[in-house]
Design a binder for this molecule. Structure first.
Ligand code: SF4
Length: 339
């Protein structure tokens, strides 16, 4: 269980739930611990729904319980945009994953780092209460429940499949990476950063200038790579190179800034498979985001941003397992280019 002071929040990060109900209508796979199953089964919310013939809890292989959904992908406990368990029985009756959504929690050598998931529309708008205000509630949750965290991140961080840095070296690299971030051209910046780290001594990497080999990368291989990932996400055989995109409005730049701050300062670069692969993943995700936004026309509003961020977060950034082999192959290409 973390000490309260070992829970780290990102400065300026804000969130308040606006009860839009999207996370309860997304067919998320939510496993339940046995104690939670008994608690829920005793609740009036459960009994009412079971009596009506619904299956609020889905049972797999006779013993594993998950939240059940209707054929529109809505949780059976969703009651006019609110969770019936939360409303009638109290927050402790909700599955822990629902209690912490939309937080990402990463266990590192210096404690738990909290960042936000961009599948939640309220996160994309960047409004709400400072995240810091949820410290006590999170600490209490750690004291009473088994909270799912990413990691643990150990003392040695994989920069590529063949090189590591210590946690302290990582923190220096992260600071420099964030200090030089280029919001006018974030895709090229992330790709250049991945390229700079794909070397035998990554702790000496510099991010204040573009690597010379970046031009070769952005003129072809990366655009093809982004195109193949896009086709995979869209489940189409129509693989086309995706041209390098740049944010065209202040709103897009500002939202990308928050998104990358969450990814980098939230320590999501170290959760695997390697820092370089993760930077390539982010470059690819942002290039797809900008491509999707461009297809929506010259004026981008908050709704366009919410939907496009939800697409890359749900399909790619939080679900990178399926593209991991391709990311590692791209990493090998970078290593070869720099050898
Ligand atoms: S998607 Fe976000 S804003 Fe909407 S109900 Fe879930 S946590 Fe609240």
């Amino acid at each position: 269980m973390p000490d309260p002071l070992d829970i780290h929040f990102i400065a300026e990060s804000r969130f308040s739930c606006n009860s839009c109900g999207k996370c309860c209508s997304s067919n998320f796979e939510i496993p339940l611990q046995d104690t939670k199953v008994s608690l829920i089964k005793k609740s009036s919310s459960y009994k009412t729904r079971a009596k009506q013939g619904y299956e609020p809890l889905r049972v797999v292989a006779d013993s594993f319980h998950f939240l059940g959904y209707n054929d529109k992908g809505q949780c059976h406990f969703l009651d006019q945009s609110l969770c019936a368990l939360h409303k009638h029985e109290g927050i402790s009756h909700k599955p822990v994953i629902c209690q912490i959504y939309p937080y990402n929690l990463v266990q590192t050598p210096d404690g738990i780092h909290v960042s936000l998931l961009y599948s939640c529309p309220s996160v994309v708008t960047g409004r709400g209460a400072p995240l810091e205000q949820s410290r006590d509630a999170l600490q209490q949750l750690f004291e009473t429940s088994q909270v799912p965290v990413l990691g643990p991140v150990r003392e040695h961080i994989l920069v590529t499949q063949f090189s590591t840095v210590t946690w302290q070296q990582y923190l220096v690299v992260e600071q420099s990476l964030w200090k030089h971030i280029d919001l006018e051209d974030p895709v090229a910046y992330l790709l250049g950063a991945a390229n700079s780290l794909a070397v035998p001594q990554p702790w000496q990497a510099r991010f204040d200038r573009r690597p010379k080999s970046l031009n070769k990368l952005v003129s072809g291989p990366f655009q093809d790579f982004a195109g193949s990932v896009w086709a995979f996400l869209k489940e189409t055989d129509d693989e086309q190179a995706i041209p390098m995109g740049k944010p065209r409005t202040d709103l897009v730049r500002k939202t990308i800034n928050h998104f990358l701050r969450n990814q980098i300062q939230g320590k999501l670069l170290v959760i695997g498979p390697s820092m370089v692969a993760r930077l390539v993943l982010l470059a690819c995700a942002l290039n797809i985001l900008l491509y999707e936004l461009k297809a929506r026309g010259p004026t981008i509003d908050a709704k366009d941003l919410e939907e496009s961020f939800a697409f890359i977060e749900e399909r790619l950034v939080s679900q990178s397992n399926e593209v991991e082999p391709a990311l590692l192959e791209f990493e090998e290409y970078l290593l070869e280019m720099n050898s």
